[in-house]
Structure formats: structure tokens, C-alpha cells
Design a protein around this ligand. Structure first.
Ligand code: GLN
Length: 504
């Protein structure tokens, strides 16, 4: 009998549609898997007690021959940055412990409407600040490939859930790489959509001009299926793009069978030399380029002279926006409130924020308020915004010459838990290659392209496309994925070591 948890979302959806498997069976299989392995992985902060009921409802509707969408009945993990009415939403912070939202994030509402079955909420760095999920107030998530290593961040929970076969689909958010970098270190696929392509309504804001919600899955097609569910205009998000989107699942299918690599111009950034990356990461990247070239792609060296300032600009813009967004956690409106006998409102507020926020959040609030202060605004925030414009121009010039840009997704494979936690700068530098896309608003995908020989851990490649050309990423990503699946005889994740308690 098939192990349901090993199926891709696309294959599971087919079996649900043909009624070979019921949604209750599929949901139960994933809940059992969570019960077996999540004690070790800790991908979930909360497991839904309504999942089986939601699945039974889909089964009932299918039996009644209702017209259900293509992924109805498939289980879904949801990053805890997205608010939900039936489960707590904490964004990985103590200040929101137990917080229940009065509404669902638009992406959650759309997922439910598409018949996806929420399994639970996944762990994350507090308010999505981090690259390792170690900044979660609820303890770290572990990488299913090696439990002593980080699953990436901030969306380590969603990536680990998918990599550990606890969920076939997950939602993440990406402000500077939090979908793509976790995908890279866990051997999964992650997509950061074009800014404005997916609603941010109900995504607890980190930095509003950078945040985007997107899919985390095991295959490119599965990301396309989930992206199709969540994409599209939302009147509740003023930055949401009103135009209709093509089907990303169709784009992935086209990429997997067609010859989209022939004549494709792939830009490689001159200013990101191989020496910036761990040897096995650079080697897997070069191998991918060679594979694409063998299929007729043209590798073109491009220059993006301002990418090297992206991390610096990001760590002014992000803290500035974050310090403003987090001001709403004031002990009055949401979440935690400490009792300060005889204290003033200000005493209560400051005691609550002191107890409720972790060290990384405090660091960024201090940085952000400083960067925005009257005396330093032009020197810091103003300059960073100018650099942002220069990076956007780098992209414009590059995309005048090439169809997509390719980079390794991150400098190294998964590092050890604890290795970078006391060194914020080295943590920040993880996002060297992912941050430029957020600053420019362009879409990006990361997909697995091999294991680094030196440590046997997964490596991803990142493709970037012009704004609104997300479908191109699905075509190109699926085309490269198909070459690897042929070579490997399956997915990279099939080679991950089995987890204790997960033996079937
Ligand atoms: N690691 C980056 C940061 O700490 C990205 C976070 C994100 O994308 N949410 O800001």
C-alpha cells in the first residue's frame, strides 16, 4: 500500500479526485506522521484538532459530487506568521502566546476555500527575524536531514514539516529569504512571489515593503498548485496587484515536458564569485548551469554592482519598518500584558515589551528607531532607500540581457544549531543572495540541486525573474527539476535519512 505521506501534493490530489484515498485517510496519515516524528523535528507549534473534521467535510462534498478545486482534501501546514481563527497565531513570539485572531489571513481563507486541510501552525524565528528558527520563543526546529542542524529561517518549521513528510504543502513568508533559504537547507522547493502577487492581509507584518507569502513544497509543480490557490488581488491589501495571474501549475507542467531551456538566457552575477560559497554549494551550482547549457541554455555573465550593499541596506530598511510595525504590541491591543502594581501605563508597556520580545527583536527595534530618528534619518534610512533604487536598477539592466538570473540560494549548507546564534552579522550574511529580490520586489524560486560532498547536506539553486514573471520561474524550475529527477531516479529528499519513530 502506498505511503500517503510520501506522495507529492499533485499525486495525492489525483488519488483524492479518483477517490482511491479519502481526505480523512490522507489527513490521518499526516497527523500520525507528526505524532511520530515531530517530537524530534519540532516543526509545529500547534497541531489542529479540527483537521479530521475539515477533511471529512471535503470527503462529504466530494461524495455529493460537488465541484471541488484541484487540491481539495490535501493537507497544509501554515507558518505561524499567518493569522487563523481556529488556532493560535504567535509569530514565534511570547508576546502573542495563545493569541486568537478574529479573522483568517486571506491566504488561509483562500486555502480553506480551495479545500486544503490545515494541519497546524509551524515554528519560525520570532516575528520572522532570523535564518535558523533558533530565535523562536518556543525552541528551535531541527533539520530532518541532521537533527543537530538548523532548518533555515525564519520559516524553518514549514520547510522541516515538508522535508520530514509531515505535510505535502506549507505556507511560508519571505522578507529577505525566509522561504528560499529554508528550502535550500532542507532539500525542498520554495517560492517568493512578485511583491503584490499574494495578499499580505493577515500576515503579521515584519517589513511591509519586503514581505511576501509563498509556497514551500517538495516539487516545483506542488508549489505551483499552492501558488495558484493563494495568488490574486485582495481588496484588503493596498499593495496587491489587481491583474489576473496565469496558472503556475500549468507553467510547471509545461516546464517539465517542454524544451524551455533551449535558448534560455541565464544570467550569472559576476559579483558573486564561487569563492563566496562553500565549495559543495558552488559545485552544485556549476553542475546545474552545465546541465542547463547541455539543454541549449546560454549562460551569460551579468554585473549587479550594488548587490554587495543589499544586506547593509536591508538591515536599515527592515528594522525601520519592523520597529514601526511592532509598536502595536503595546500591552493594550494584543497579547501579553504584565501586571506592574502601582505602575503607570508606560511602566506596564515597557515591562510587557521587555518580557515579551526576545533579544533579536529588541536589537532590531533599537536599530530601526535609531535609523528613523530625526537626526539620523537621512544618513541611514534615506541612504538605504537610495541603495534600494540602485539595486532595482541592477535588476532592470540585467533583465534587459537575460531571461532569468541564477545564484546559489545561500552561502553554505545547514549549519549546526548554536553555531551562529551569538553572532548576528554572520547570521545576517546568510541572506546575501536572497535579499536583493525582496528589495526589488522580483520573484524567486529555490529548488534542490544536490548534496554537498563535504557534508552530505542539501544545496539549492535560486532563479530570479522580472516582476510579474513568476510563471517563468515555474517553467525553468520544473525543467531543471526534471533533469535531476531523471538523474537521481526520484527526489533529493528520497535520500534523506529516516527519522527515529518515523519508520513505517
Ligand atoms: N533572515 C532574514 C532576516 O532575518 C530574512 C527573514 C525573512 O525573510 N523573514 O531578516
Amino acid at each position: 500500500m502506498t505511503d500517503i505521506t510520501r506522495l507529492s501534493a499533485a499525486d495525492l490530489a489525483d488519488k483524492l479526485a479518483s477517490r482511491e484515498i479519502s481526505s480523512v485517510e490522507a489527513t490521518r496519515a499526516h497527523l500520525d506522521r507528526i505524532a511520530a516524528v515531530d517530537g524530534d523535528v519540532h516543526a509545529f507549534l500547534h497541531v489542529s484538532d479540527r483537521a479530521l473534521d475539515a477533511a471529512a467535510e471535503i470527503d462529504r462534498r466530494r461524495a455529493a459530487r460537488e465541484d471541488l478545486g484541484p487540491v481539495a482534501g490535501v493537507p497544509l501546514a501554515i507558518k505561524d506568521v499567518l493569522v487563523t481563527t481556529d488556532m493560535p497565531s504567535t509569530s514565534g513570539s511570547k508576546i502573542l502566546e495563545g493569541y486568537m485572531s478574529p479573522f483568517d489571513a486571506t491566504v488561509v481563507a483562500r486555502s480553506r476555500a480551495a479545500g486544503l486541510v490545515p494541519l497546524g501552525k509551524t515554528n519560525m524565528d520570532e516575528f520572522a527575524m532570523g535564518s535558523s528558527t533558533e530565535h523562536s520563543a518556543y525552541g528551535p526546529t531541527r533539520n530532518p536531514w541532521d537533527l543537530d542542524r538548523i532548518p533555515g529561517g525564519s520559516g524553518g518549521g514549514s520547510a522541516a514539516a515538508v522535508a520530514a513528510f509531515e505535510a505535502p504543502l506549507a505556507l511560508g513568508s519571505d522578507t529577505g529569504g525566509s522561504i528560499r533559504q529554508p528550502a535550500h537547507v532542507t532539500g525542498t522547493v520554495g517560492v517568493k512571489p512578485t511583491y503584490g502577487g499574494v495578499s499580505r492581509y493577515g500576515a503579521i507584518a515584519l517589513a511591509s515593503s519586503l514581505d511576501q507569502v509563498g509556497p514551500v513544497t517538495r516539487t516545483v509543480l506542488d508549489s505551483g498548485l499552492l501558488h495558484d490557490v493563494i495568488a490574486g488581488h485582495d481588496i484588503h491589501d493596498a499593495t496587491s496587484i489587481p491583474d489576473a495571474w496565469p496558472s503556475f501549475a500549468d507553467a510547471a507542467r509545461e516546464g517539465a515536458r517542454g524544451d524551455v531551456l533551449k535558448g534560455l538566457k541565464v544570467g550569472v552575477v559576476k559579483e558573486l564569485p564561487d569563492s563566496d560559497f562553500q565549495p559543495g554549494v558552488a559545485a552544485a551550482f556549476r553542475d546545474s548551469l552545465a546541465k542547463m547549457e547541455a539543454q541549449g541554455a546560454e549562460i551569460v555573465e551579468i554585473s549587479a554592482p550594488h548587490f554587495e550593499y543589499a544586506v547593509a541596506a536591508y538591515y536599515l530598511i527592515l528594522p525601520a519598518e519592523a520597529s514601526s510595525n511592532l509598536a502595536k504590541f503595546d500591552s493594550v491591543r494584543f497579547g501579553m500584558r504584565l501586571d506592574v502594581p502601582g505602575g503607570t501605563v508606560e511602566d506596564v508597556m515597557s515591562a510587557t515589551r521587555d518580557a515579551g520580545f526576545g533579544p533579536e527583536v529588541k536589537r532590531r527595534i533599537i536599530l530601526g528607531t535609531y535609523a528613523l530618528s530625526a537626526g539620523y534619518y537621512d544618513a541611514y534610512y534615506g541612504s538605504a532607500q537610495k541603495v534600494r533604487t540602485l539595486i532595482q536598477r541592477d535588476f532592470d539592466q540585467a533583465f534587459a540581457q537575460v531571461d532569468v538570473i541564477a545564484t546559489p540560494t545561500a552561502p553554505t549548507t545547514a549549519f549546526k544549531l548554536g553555531e551562529k546564534i551569538d553572532d548576528p552579522l554572520s547570521m545576517y550574511l546568510n541572506d546575501l543572495t536572497t535579499i536583493p529580490a525582496n528589495l526589488a520586489g522580483v520573484p524567486g524560486i529555490s529548488l534542490p540541486v544536490g548534496l554537498a560532498p563535504e557534508d552530505g547536506l542539501p544545496v539549492g539553486i535560486q532563479f530570479l525573474a522580472p516582476a510579474r514573471e513568476d510563471a517563468r520561474l515555474y517553467r525553468v524550475g520544473a525543467a531543471l527539476e526534471a533533469l535531476f529527477v531523471d538523474e537521481w531516479g526520484g527526489l533529493l529528499l528520497d535520500r534523506a535519512p529516516e527519522l527515529k519513530g518515523g519508520a513505517r
